[in-house]
Design a protein around this ligand. Structure first.
Ligand SMILES: [Zn+2]
Length: 333
């Protein structure tokens, strides 16, 4: 039985497995430039960021209807349940779908249908976080927030993802301010390929409550002290860092040093279909490569529930307490 945990950094588009991609392509009359699922699976062994992004955005062509998004989310949740996930906060990229003529309502309502029955079917509570593509304009992000307004009952927060360098957080100051005014929670990818200064800017200018990745904070000791003091959670994705070359090999990942420094670290899968593992696979990989002990693994699981966007109501805090009790009671084999 896997360690109970929350997953807080997961792009639903990054859970598209080759088999489902082919099934949806057939249903929607989309021709994929691969002979079969085996050929596509080989393409998942990309060598660099550009070939990953080409594949990632290319395959999204198969996602067209509410039923497609529902099926995608349901497939992820089934896998997540088998990986010990009790609570999942799921990112989606509305602009990537709007660019193909798929409206945000189709995406949100499709995902929402799977999320609505997730607790009953998979034993997983869920949140939906809408991400802006940082290599698109600030105006486009604002239009996306506007288009999301009829669906906000399903959306807990906003995030910021895609190519980081050259697109500092401050570019999105206005849209984050508007999101906050709508009562949305705020996170952002920062300090993955971009510098530590982007982490500081995400905190100060965007008002984020959690930093996605944040790996390069270690280059700024003052920032590390601040993140520790303010207990700002970091959603780390070690397998993604290796595949996208943020670190050379897993055994060089700074996770143990970051935990030792007192940072509130969590471990997540990012785009698991592409990066070689779902979240419990990631826990096993870091345990093996970095020699993490049971106390450290338990700390990572505890942190994930502490950092989750449960809403502070008595009911949700009772849920958090129940999840934390499960972590404490867990026995490693
Ligand atoms: Zn990510």
């Amino acid at each position: 039985m896997p360690l109970p945990k929350a997953e807080l950094h997961l792009h639903i588009e990054g859970t598209l497995e080759p088999e489902l991609a082919f099934a949806l392509a057939e249903r929607n009359g989309v021709t994929l430039p691969y002979a079969d699922t085996e050929a596509l699976r080989k393409a998942y062994l990309f060598e660099d960021l550009q070939s990953f992004l080409d594949l990632y955005y290319g395959l999204m062509a198969v996602l067209r209807t509410e039923a497609d998004f529902e099926e995608l989310a349901d497939a992820y949740l089934a896998r997540a349940a088998a990986q010990g996930v009790r609570h999942a906060e799921i990112f989606f990229d509305p602009q990537a779908h709007a660019a193909r003529g798929v409206e945000i309502g189709t995406v949100v309502e499709g995902l929402g249908r799977a999320l609505d029955r997730s607790r009953e079917r998979h034993g997983i509570t869920t949140r939906l976080i809408m991400c802006f593509l940082r290599d698109e304009s600030a105006e486009s992000a604002m239009e996306t927030l506007e288009a999301a307004k009829p669906h906000l009952h399903r959306i807990t927060g906003v995030g910021l993802d895609s190519a980081e360098v050259g697109h500092p957080p401050r570019k999105f100051a206005a849209v984050y301010e508007a999101a906050a005014a709508l009562g949305l929670r705020r996170v952002a990818h920062a300090g993955e390929e971009g510098p530590a200064a982007y982490v500081t800017e995400a905190l100060d200018v965007l008002g984020v409550e959690r930093v996605d990745h944040g790996l390069r904070c270690v280059e700024d000791p003052d920032l590390v002290r601040r993140l520790v003091r303010e207990r700002v959670p970091l959603t780390l994705c070690p397998l993604s860092n290796v595949r996208l070359r943020a670190v050379d090999v897993l055994k060089d990942h700074p996770l143990p040093q970051m935990m030792a420094a007192g940072l509130l670290c969590t471990v997540n899968s990012d785009d698991p279909a592409y990066f070689g593992g779902y979240v419990d696979d990631t826990f096993h990989a870091v345990r093996e490569a970095l020699g993490l002990g049971e106390d450290q693994l338990r700390e990572l699981a505890r942190n994930s529930f502490e950092a989750a966007f449960l809403d502070g109501s008595p009911e949700e805090e009772a849920l958090r307490a129940a999840y934390l009790a499960e972590v404490e009671a867990y026995r490693f084999d």
